[in-house]
Design a protein around this ligand. Structure first.
Ligand code: NCC
Length: 276
């Protein structure tokens, strides 16, 4: 149950959720050392104005979807964490314009973030769970995963690849809207990479097609399309308020219910096309 109409909700998202990347002016990143690591170009300048964009969830229901060509037909494609394309092109395509990764993936060594070639394509954005409405300073002192050393190393090794740090303000601005529009109390944890990625794309694209965030008829307990691991929580949520995110996205869908059923596809407008 969402409390306002979908046009209003879209306007709330546009006006209340600030999608920005950490910049050299943001204290405590305003040092000469950090100045060399953080990209100088704004994300929107780097990508240019994008028309149709795709967001590809990592859900197991992408398996056997044959959505690859349709996904690659977009101007830009956003993927998450360690989701591969090699070997899965038929179902998920091969274009990667932006990859949004969480700080755990960057930090925990078993993920091989520094050596896996998967990460060398496209623009990277990393995010880290921040304390509720924390200022950048407080977050910096209490990082959920201390990813900054690995970030610097990666930047030194791949200076030409754009690699942003998401301003953590966004997490809780978005969470507040999820909470305001829900009749139940939501767990006080930041939204999933999936939901953050959808909002990022809505700020830089005219139209965003999201695949298998809302599950199709292929819904499965298999967590990821690229692994054999089963866990119902991957789709329904445990730590992240995934159910609430999905209710909201379903509510905002401008496509048909058939597209959800058949392709797990939701169509959302870019923020710049709204009349608020
Ligand atoms: O699994 P994960 O997410 O990398 O998936 C990316 C996004 O796709 C959507 N998704 C995924 C699986 C599924 N069955 N249904 C879905 O809708 C979600 O929106 C999800 O956000 C994350 O959000 O960053 C997350 O990351 C993983 C893990 O850290 C990374 O894959 C790196 O290994 C988390 N899993 C664990 O920590 C065990 C997951 O909770 C959230």
């Amino acid at each position: 149950a969402v409390k306002v109409n979908s046009e209003k909700l879209l306007c709330q998202l546009r006006d209340k959720v600030n999608v920005t990347m950490i910049q050299g002016l943001d204290s405590p990143f305003n040092t000469s050392e950090w100045h060399n690591y953080l990209p100088r170009k704004k994300l929107s300048d780097a990508t240019g104005r994008l028309g149709r964009c795709a967001v590809v969830s990592s859900a197991g229901s992408l398996k056997s979807s044959h959505l690859g060509p349709e996904i690659d037909g977009h101007d830009a494609v956003l993927r998450f964490n360690g989701a591969p394309t090699k070997g899965f092109q038929q179902d998920v395509g091969e274009k990667t314009t932006i990859r949004l990764v969480n700080s755990q993936l960057v930090t925990v060594e078993e993920h091989n973030f520094l050596t896996e070639s998967l990460y060398n394509t496209g623009i990277l954005i990393v995010w880290d769970p921040a304390p509720y409405h924390a200022e950048i300073h407080e977050w910096y002192r209490k990082l959920d995963y201390n990813f900054l050393e690995t970030y610097k190393k990666y930047r030194s090794q791949h200076p030409e690849q754009l690699f942003y740090i998401l301003n953590p303000k966004m997490e809780w601005e978005l969470w507040d809207i999820l909470q305001e529009n829900s009749l139940e109390d939501i767990q006080p944890n930041p939204p999933s990479s999936g939901m953050l990625g959808i909002i990022i794309m809505m700020t830089i694209c005219d139209e965003v097609n999201v695949y298998e965030f809302i599950p199709s008829k292929r819904q499965t307990d298999i967590c990821h399309y690229y692994q054999k691991f089963h866990d119902h929580a991957c789709t329904m949520g445990a730590y992240h308020p995934l159910m609430f995110e999905k209710n909201l996205v379903k509510y905002l869908n401008q496509g048909t219910d058939y597209n959800i059923y058949a392709h797990g596809k939701v169509t959302l407008p870019g923020f710049r096309n709204l009349r608020c």
